[in-house]
Design a protein around this ligand. Structure first.
Ligand SMILES: [Zn+2]
Ligand SMILES: [Zn+2]
Length: 140
């Protein structure tokens, strides 16, 4: 099953509508290498849907994030498709500052330690995305 079919199935199970625009944004993110900003996505979307406006794309991205299909890369205000969205999870990324590639990594044990420490310090966590910046193996 393709990723978009998996996403469609999850939406169906949760009683959410995977509308054409949501599917389109999902597809654009799936096709892109690295993270894309809302405006880059809007430019792409406008080729097929000339009536698309910023709120259209922001609503679609918000939905995709809520469903756990897409992660937001805070440092770039950009979005990345998650390829294992069956389970909601906090995202950890390796971000190349030269070519812009973004690799999602999975360190649940690290996240658990971070959460525990935050609780110990009485800190209320609202966003859990972790980004490590540097140079990817092609760039260094
Ligand atoms: Zn993910
Ligand atoms: Zn690189």
């Amino acid at each position: 099953m393709s990723l978009i079919e998996q996403a469609g199935r999850i939406c169906q199970q949760k009683g959410e509508r995977f509308t054409p625009i949501r599917q389109k944004v999902f597809g654009l993110l799936e096709a892109s290498d690295g993270a894309r900003t809302a405006y880059e996505l809007l430019d792409e979307l406008a080729k097929d849907m000339p009536n698309a406006r910023p709120p259209t794309i922001y609503r679609a991205l918000e939905f995709l994030q809520q469903m756990g299909f897409v992660h937001r890369l805070d440092s770039r205000n950009a979005f990345v498709l998650c390829t294992h969205f069956e389970d909601h999870h906090a995202a950890q990324f390796l971000v190349c500052d030269q070519c812009g590639s973004v690799a999602e990594i999975h360190m649940p044990a690290v996240m658990k330690s971070l959460r525990t420490e935050a609780v110990n310090l009485g800190f209320d966590v609202h966003s859990e995305t972790v980004e490590l910046h540097g140079l990817c193996k092609d760039c260094h």
